[in-house]
Write a protein that binds this ligand. Structure first.
Ligand code: UDP
Length: 332
């Protein structure tokens, strides 16, 4: 199936970010030509070391191009679409992290300009397929225990990040309906793995790993019983590429998750165990408005993509832990 990507030109917006950079690397491995487009607001050229020499600002792989630019700026994006014979687009560029959005709630709405740019240019250039990275945040405060794409949504989301994702989702689906642009929306549940930014802005697996590497107790907010569905980055990418290549996914919204909730306290304990250190989690006050329970129903994902995540949490965490151990000083 993935052989179809040989020599295809694929644009990855947000390609220097955590998920985007893993995706670029995997696509190159599949023989594709990759255009990585990123404004480096949270993306990092060091994430591209597999194909780009940051010191000399030059590609080290003839199939890879890095372009620094802003997808929300029409001229920047038009330039990219007019310069390359793009076959496929992964639109992953976005303001990342709910907390970051709360600091400047209106800044995230600029991403709507980006949707406009990507969609209009994709129609104009006859792009074969566009995949949009949405988020589990689109559900708002969960209503169902296993969230279904067509299930009951919490319509009252007051979070600018979630609202922006919902606007994006509807626009991508709208362009499929109106202009027949093949488009798929993926609702990512909590992705983790090497290269993830982990800081005051969140991304708990990396936060705990860093704390443990420093010999500190992982800081569990609240009682630690809140759950998330953790997906190792390689699994997330495999599923996204399948979504790109299947016609069955056109015009569809698909959860990308494992469907296995993990309590945050359990996550902390697993990371301590992997480290082999004698540490105990430290309990801190709960984060205001923290979502207590979040887990996808993955029936639709399995049906349309014919694939499930392969990495156990333990294996994924071990790999992530090893990466932080080797690269920790660079990721701070
Ligand atoms: N969390 C925690 N300690 C930390 C960071 C996060 O207990 O130092 C918890 C947080 O309260 C939330 C979960 O981990 O319940 C996931 O947080 P993250 O920011 O990674 O993602 P999101 O809340 O957006 O799913």
């Amino acid at each position: 199936m993935f052989g179809q990507l040989q020599n295809k030109t694929i644009l990855v917006t947000g390609g220097a970010g955590f998920v985007g950079s893993h995706l670029c690397e995997r696509l190159l491995g599949l023989g594709a030509k990759v255009i990585c487009f990123d404004n480096l607001s949270t993306g990092r050229v060091r994430n591209l070391s597999f194909a780009y020499d940051a010191q000399n600002a030059a590609s080290t792989n003839p199939n890879f191009v890095f372009i620094q630019g802003d997808v929300n700026v029409a001229d920047d994006t038009r330039q990219v679409f007019l310069s390359y014979p793009i076959d496929y687009v992964f639109h992953y560029a976005a303001v990342v992290g709910v907390k970051r959005v709360w600091e400047k709630p209106f800044a995230v709405f600029k991403d709507i300009e980006g949707f406009n740019n990507i969609l209009d240019l994709s129609v104009m250039r006859g792009i074969k397929k566009v995949v949009f990275s949405s988020s589990s945040e689109a559900y708002g405060e969960p209503v169902e225990r296993f969230e279904r794409e067509d299930g009951i949504h919490n319509p009252g989301s007051r979070d600018a990040y979630a609202l922006t994702k919902l606007v994006g989702e509807n626009l991508f689906l709208g362009y499929y309906e109106k202009y027949k642009l093949p488009a798929t929306v993926l609702r990512f549940f909590n992705v983790y793995g090497p290269k993830q930014e982990s800081s005051a802005y969140g991304f708990v697996a990396g936060v705990f790993i860093k704390q443990v590497l420093e010999g500190k107790s992982p800081t569990v907010f609240g009682d630690g019983k809140q759950t998330r569905d953790f997906v190792y980055v390689d699994d997330n990418i495999e599923l996204a590429i399948r979504a790109l290549l299947s016609d069955k996914t056109n015009g569809e919204v698909i959860n990308i998750g494992k469907g296995k909730p993990t309590a945050i306290l359990e996550l902390a304990e697993q990371i301590i165990k992997i480290s082999g250190k004698d540490l105990k989690p430290e309990f801190l006050p709960a984060r205001p408005n923290d979502i207590k329970y979040r887990c996808p129903d993955i029936t639709k994902m399995k049906r349309l993509l014919d694939q499930e995540p392969q990495f156990s949490l333990e294996e994924g965490l071990k790999r992530t832990f090893d990466w932080y151990k080797d690269n920790y000083s660079r990721s701070v």
